[in-house]
Design a protein around this ligand. Structure first.
Ligand code: C2O
Ligand code: CU
Ligand code: CU
Length: 483
């Protein structure tokens, strides 16, 4: 393993040096980015198959330049020259064949299909790296019932965090054969990423604070733009898909002057719409909303304060950011069809046959050279050569995730969708208000989340905290699913 860079599981750092660097970065005001440009739709990845039932394309990861600030070129990493990467749209029942070309000099990469039910050897996990300069084909089928809003990102061992914040992430929509949401609502993807720019337009290196808390940027972008503008007629409804593709930013979101209805989670539609005042979208989570723009004027998507636990100085100001501004014109929209009261059935799982407990802890210790930290699951840091859990394909399991650490940790499992059944806080057990398919769930500090999960396909799967720096520092394990 020592041939791979950037993968010390327990970094040891000189405090004085890095604390100084952090404070220097904070004292400097972040560059101003233009706001109020028309919202760009994510460009679609063209299907080269030429026949229905197959989605075939090529994705190349390579260095590129972006222009966030007038007159400054920022070196980034991009898929097919763009960040976020192109939007992939395929249908339930389709076969997908995507050739991945890794053109990042000197670095391994992969494409991981976050949340999608793809075979373990097609899932771009860290055991399956694509060398710099190499190509590989990812091939899988999209089963019936898998319609939802997913995303793709690199997952190479020790390098995922950096490749993602440098620009590699894209959205992947699986469309339903029969979709109950009225077509008149449209379908707009909003992909959130997080950018930190130094004065000269470069992206600063990761600091000690970033490693501890996860790297949070200075600007939250939507489809690569800061606070873009969308124009809607009054009375219009819009279907929005929100993706948190940031490394570590918790987005507690509210819409001023517009009513939000939650219709979908990570793995697709809910059973029925749920009115929502606000939404907490932790790193890697997605939601689908229908937003009603009934009042002419300005409707803004803004962030509220959320304390997810922060170590050391430099807690970012997360309240009061305007992420998107919707200009609602006085001209009334055509009459919108109503949102159906039932969206689709979600079958609850049967009685689990096995239960497992995963405990998150953080360790911070001083040694001769500085501070040493660990982000652990059941007292262990990730080891690619170790199987942590052996499970059987098709068996229903109860997983209890206990967060005994000082920060929230969004828990993610590869290869399937699960259902959260209970949340325990201060000894009180609560049930979620509705059933939902999830692949990522925030486990708040001191909280225990119980979920029911079933892996249908055999192979080794990762589970980890989706603060990518924590994943890199060890908060990850392997479940080996046997046939
Ligand atoms: Cu989105 Cu293992 O990750
Ligand atoms: Cu994943
Ligand atoms: Cu974490």
């Amino acid at each position: 393993m020592d041939d791979m860079p950037g993968m010390e599981p327990m970094p040891s750092m000189d405090m004085s040096d890095h604390a100084g660097h952090d404070m220097g970065a904070m004292a400097q005001a972040p560059a101003a980015l233009p706001e109020g440009e028309a919202l760009r739709d994510l460009p679609l990845l063209a299907n080269e198959a030429g026949r229905s039932g197959l989605f075939k394309a090529r994705l190349t990861a390579a260095p590129a330049t972006a222009r966030f600030v007038e007159g400054q070129d920022t070196p980034i990493l991009a898929y097919n020259g763009m960040s976020p990467g192109p939007l992939i749209e395929a249908c339930e029942g389709d076969r997908v064949e995507i050739t991945f070309a890794n053109r990042i000099a000197g670095e391994q990469s992969t494409i991981h299909w976050h949340g999608m039910p793809v075979p373990a050897d097609q899932d771009g996990n860290p055991m399956d790296p694509v060398a710099a300069g190499a190509d590989r084909v990812y091939a899988f089928e999209l089963p019936e019932g898998s319609a939802g809003s997913y995303w793709y990102h690199p997952h190479p061992h020790g390098r995922a965090a950096e490749q993602v914040y440098r620009g590699l992430a894209g959205a992947f929509i699986v469309k339903a054969k029969a979709d109950p949401i009225p077509v008149a609502y449209g379908d707009t993807s909003l992909m959130f990423t997080d950018l930190r720019l130094a004065a000269a337009g470069s992206m600063p290196d990761t600091t000690m604070t970033d490693l501890m808390n996860g790297r949070v940027g200075d600007h939250v972008l939507v489809n690569g733009q800061k606070n873009p503008k969308l124009t809607m007629a009054s009375g219009a409804k819009r279907r929005l898909r929100l993706y948190n593709a940031t490394n570590a930013r918790f987005l507690r979101l509210a819409f001023a002057n517009a009513a939000m209805t939650l219709i979908g989670s990570d793995g697709g539609l809910l059973e029925a719409p749920v009115a929502a005042e606000e939404i907490l979208l932790s790193p890697a989570e997605r939601v689908e909303l229908v937003v009603a723009f009934d009042q002419p004027g300005s409707a803004t998507l803004t962030t509220l304060d959320y304390d997810r636990g922060w170590m050391g100085p430099g807690r970012p100001a997360d309240a009061g950011l305007t992420l998107l501004t919707v200009d609602v014109s006085g001209a009334p929209a055509e009459t919108m069809p109503p949102l159906p009261g039932r969206l689709r059935p979600i079958a609850p799982f049967g009685q689990p046959t096995i239960s497992r407990r995963l405990v998150f802890t953080e360790t911070v210790a001083m040694n001769a050279t500085g501070m040493e930290m660990g982000f652990l699951i059941n007292g262990k840091a990730f080891d690619m050569g170790r199987v942590d859990i052996v499970a059987r394909a098709g068996e229903t399991e109860l997983w209890e995730i206990a967060n005994q650490a000082d920060m929230d940790h969004p828990f993610h499992v590869h290869g399937t969708q699960f259902q959260v059944i209970e949340l325990v806080r201060d000894g009180k057990v609560a049930k979620p208000a509705y059933l939902a398919w999830k692949d990522t769930v925030n486990v708040a500090r001191g909280e225990t989340v119980r979920l029911v999960i079933r892996q249908e396909q055999p192979g080794a799967r990762m589970y980890h905290c989706h603060i990518l720096e924590h994943e890199q520092l060890g908060m990850m394990g392997i479940v080996d699913v046997r046939a």
